[in-house]
Design a protein around this ligand. Structure first.
Ligand code: THU
Length: 146
């Protein structure tokens, strides 16, 4: 699975975003150690604060399949909903809460995740290590897990 294939999976998931309030669709794809890909998209709610980000949805799916420890790499993509698809040329970076949720998978799996941030339009991709996006993280290890 190449970086661009993982981004393509995130893009396909973004097409299912339920984001009528922000009109900003996001897709995430998790690459697991055995090559399996688990995707998610944002899931908004009329009670706005209940909304879930794409990354968190994907991680909850991986967890529900017993695969939280197996996450190796992540791709995130998103943009404003426009006629004919998503628009915008700025790579979407995981929000603070999603970084913390990603850290749960990273620490349990004993890996520093690779995170690809892509834009709806254009080829710009920013790739980070989760430890750079969330330095000095608090996580399972602090509670004796992982
Ligand atoms: N969103 C995500 O799904 N992931 C992020 O990391 C950033 C923000 C969603 C939440 C909300 O549905 C919309 O983007 C606008 O904030």
């Amino acid at each position: 699975m190449t970086r661009n294939e993982l981004i393509a999976a995130a893009r396909a998931a973004a097409a299912n975003a339920h984001a009528p309030y922000s009109r900003f669709g996001v897709g995430a794809a998790l690459l697991l150690a055995d090559g399996t890909v688990v995707t998610g998209c944002n899931f908004e709610n009329a009670s706005y604060g209940l909304s879930l980000c794409a990354e968190t949805v994907a991680l909850a799916k991986a967890n529900s399949e017993g695969r939280l420890r197996d996450v190796v790499e992540v791709a995130v993509i998103g943009g404003a909903m426009a006629e004919g698809g998503l628009s915008g040329t700025s790579p979407v970076s995981p929000c603070g809460r999603c970084r913390q949720v990603l850290n749960e998978a990273a620490q349990l799996g004993g890996r520093d995740l690779i995170v690809h941030c892509a834009a709806a339009e254009g080829d710009a991709v920013a790739t980070y290590r989760l430890s750079d996006l969330l330095p000095h993280a608090f996580g399972p290890a602090d509670l004796g897990f992982g």
